[in-house]
Design a protein around this ligand. Structure first.
Ligand code: AMP
Length: 301
């Protein structure tokens, strides 16, 4: 089983074209829904008394949700952000931690044997605590965001020392490692103890770094981008989902996983929030994967 730990949120998102208030979001939500197309997935996180039943039903319909805890004394984590016409660079307006502020991670006992773990964007200290609850992990990934890098950078580095792979945005990699060049950023994170790093660059694709290899991959070209929120998380879900179902980890699988990551990200941006993830079928994922292969193919000597 894949288990994903992180925020289950109410997101307010504004683009020059539309504003959506308190829609279902959160790093764990996007990544778990994305991973669930590939492999059975469970989600662990905390929500508040204001978390709508309709959102709970959506999660229940796709995921093992026994790990969701409800705190009836506080509100759900709320993230408010906006985009300009580029629909790319995000401005954070508000991060209201609410229920996650003093959350002490707990998991149902049957999740302790999960082999594939994703510590999605969340308080790095809580992510470190959560990781200790898993006894049979084969592959652990994590992500972070500028909020935690600015407030808890030491804990972010510590979390990254304890995982196999880091999946992170370009700006955040720069902020964390204090380097401008992404190769240098990745080297620093590999030097910190992780085996591989995936740096996501939004519409410019993503790059996989291991100690001795670099694999750059373009984003799947999308003409009608609506809301980029969650693309990185959906990327991580597809990436981990493909590795989990392949049941082995080597460079070839990691490279294929990068393409599934790009494909999953390409769906999310086509609608607000998780809406597109709820509409697609697996065969559409496979169709984009094949188109992607044709797009990047070239005959060299
Ligand atoms: P992405 O666009 O893939 O980077 O992820 C966006 C998601 O991350 C949103 O749905 C937010 O609810 C969530 N998020 C934003 N800020 C934080 C934070 N400081 N900690 C945890 N999750 C966050």
């Amino acid at each position: 089983m894949i288990t994903i730990f992180g925020t289950i949120a109410l997101d307010t998102t504004e683009t020059p074209f539309k504003k959506m208030e308190k829609i279902l979001g959160g790093a764990a939500t996007y990544s778990a829904l994305s991973a669930s197309f590939f492999y059975p997935t469970s989600i662990v996180g905390i929500v508040g008394k204001d978390f709508p039943k309709i959102y709970r039903d959506i999660l229940n319909s796709r995921l093992d949700t026994k790990g969701i805890i409800t705190d009836n004394d506080a509100k759900t984590f709320h993230y408010d952000s906006s985009f300009d016409y580029d629909l790319f660079r995000r401005k954070t307006n508000k991060t209201e931690l609410n229920v996650i502020k003093n959350f002490e991670p707990k998991i149902p006992s049957e999740y302790a044997g999960s082999e594939y773990i994703y510590l999605a964007n969340n308080d790095p200290h809580q992510n470190i605590q959560a990781l200790k609850l898993f006894k049979k992990s084969k592959l652990v990934l994590c992500d972070t965001i500028d909020f935690w890098i600015t407030n808890k950078s030491e804990q972010v580095f510590k979390m990254m020392q304890n995982v196999d792979g880091v999946v992170i945005n370009d700006d955040e990699a720069r902020l964390l490692t204090k380097n401008s060049n992404l190769i240098k950023c990745a080297r620093k994170l590999i030097g910190n103890g992780t085996k591989f790093v995936v740096i996501k660059k939004g519409e410019n694709g993503s790059i996989l770094f291991t100690k001795n290899h670099i694999f750059p991959s373009p984003a799947y070209p999308i003409e009608d981008v609506v809301d980029p929120t969650g693309a990185g998380d959906a990327f991580a879900g597809g990436f981990l989902g493909h590795i989990a179902r392949s049941k082995k980890i080597n460079l070839r699988i990691l490279r294929e996983a990068m393409i599934y990551g790009n494909v999953m990200g390409s769906f999310v941006v086509e609608d607000f929030g998780i809406d597109k993830l709820l509409k697609i079928k697996y065969k559409e994922i496979q169709k984009r994967y094949k188109i992607y292969r044709d797009i990047v193919h070239f005959n060299g000597d």
